[in-house]
Design a protein around this ligand. Structure first.
Ligand SMILES: [Zn+2]
Length: 409
């Protein structure tokens, strides 16, 4: 067992920063088109932009929140299982294995360990990436609709080929896109936009396709663009296309922009439960290291503006109060949270919690709390309080140094 390797601590710290900064982005109505409320990321994306909201906000007490970690473990196992038939699945497996979240106990002293792989194929990190995409995209859509621009939601497909691997289908789509987009005649209709690569599998075919949400250049009607670009896409080697005008719909329906942003950013790495295991691995491997989301035309500069503004809002917002650390004392039995010495992964803790283990439940909540708040200036004070509370159980001299860093098993 190797603990706390220096080089990775730094990486982890950066990742913590990224994860935690998101939770301090606070709505400031004065910032023009950033008017949409941006909810803190809690790992459950449906709640981040206020749509498909469940009646209760999922939290560390909910299994749904932790199931992403179980899914990650399933993907790791599937990569191992299909290592001979899917080239590159071992690379993905090792990348995913760097995503580590656990709680260890030593003589009753708990320690929260975590680091994130930042792979988009990772059920947890991928979800976070999509949340970040949405955070930037939503204000952009609103800005353009407010300016009275014509927005079109274009789908560009290629013909399916049952014998083709996911990787080859993806490459073929990229080639058609490059041919299409390098043609200045086609570019003249589009001012700026957001492009997403998505895949569905049916009839043994990987159907990779592009969704392009774009602003139509003033002077062209939606119908003109539809027929000209549809033809141009087929000329470049593509298949059928659809064009849907969206700006009017967004103006009429208050959640329109949010729904659209959600739809666009849920695509690329969505956890498709209907996929068989091997296809899941193949798609994840085919997308590893490749970009699923990109901005085109004027939206590239606009995106940077939005990011700057979000940063400003973040740095100008006052630090919010840090909630209390989940209490390690069971208020029914008065017992202190305790697990026998060892490392407990999220999957293991979740299993124990389902069997009614209160301490495992506490460990999950403590881990969640640490992942969300370790960047807060008062975090160490909270840890100190925790150590005071649990003191009779063991020595805490090491605790502060080790808390919230990485552990390798
Ligand atoms: Zn990950």
């Amino acid at each position: 067992m190797e603990l706390l390797r220096g080089d990775n601590i730094q990486k982890d710290a950066r990742m913590n920063t990224t994860l935690n900064t998101s939770s301090s982005v606070i709505k400031k109505p004065s910032h023009g088109h950033l008017r949409q409320e941006i909810q803190p990321y809690d790992g459950v994306l449906e709640n981040t932009i206020g749509i498909k909201r469940k009646s209760r906000h999922p939290s560390a007490d909910d299994d749904t929140y932790w199931q992403r970690f179980e899914r990650k473990q399933r993907l790791i196992d599937a990569c191992e299982k299909h290592k001979h038939s899917v080239f590159g699945s071992l690379d993905l497996k090792f990348a995913l294995m760097k995503c580590h979240q656990s709680v260890s106990f030593l003589s009753g002293v708990p320690k929260m360990n975590y680091r994130f792989c930042r792979q988009k194929g990772c059920p947890f990190c991928g979800a976070y990436k999509r949340f970040q995409e949405r955070r930037t995209l939503l204000p952009l859509i609103n800005k353009e609709v407010d300016a009275g621009k014509c927005l079109s939601f274009i789908t560009l497909t290629i013909k399916g080929d049952a014998k083709e691997s996911a990787l080859n289908a993806r490459l073929r789509l990229s080639k058609v896109w490059t041919k299409f987009w390098s043609n200045q005649n086609n570019k003249q209709y589009i001012e700026g936009g957001y492009k997403v690569i998505e895949v569905v599998k049916n009839n043994d075919c990987y159907h990779y396709h592009i969704h392009l949400l774009c602003v139509i250049v003033e002077g062209y009607t939606h119908t003109t663009v539809k027929s000209r670009l549809g033809l141009a896409w087929r000329k470049a080697g593509g298949g059928f296309t659809t064009f849907k005008r969206k700006d009017k719909l967004i103006q009429q329906y208050s959640k329109g922009a949010g729904n659209l942003a959600y739809e666009l950013t849920s695509y690329a790495t969505k956890e498709n439960t209907e996929l068989d295991e091997r296809s899941w691995v193949e798609i994840a491997v085919a997308g590893k290291g490749k970009r699923d989301f990109s901005y085109v035309g004027t939206w590239r500069a606009l995106k940077k503006e939005v990011l700057e503004t979000l940063k400003e809002i973040q740095s100008s917002s006052e630090t919010t109060d840090l909630p209390e650390f989940p209490s390690p004392i069971n208020n029914k039995t008065g017992e202190m949270a305790y697990l026998p010495d060892g490392f407990y992964s999220v999957v293991e803790l979740l299993k124990r919690r389902r069997q009614g283990c209160w301490s495992s439940n506490w460990a999950l909540r403590a881990l969640d709390y640490s992942m969300k708040h370790s960047n807060h200036p008062d975090f160490l004070d909270k840890l100190e309080e925790l150590s005071q509370l649990m003191k009779w159980n063991g020595s805490f001299s090491e605790y502060k140094h080790n808390a919230c860093r990485i552990a390798y098993i």
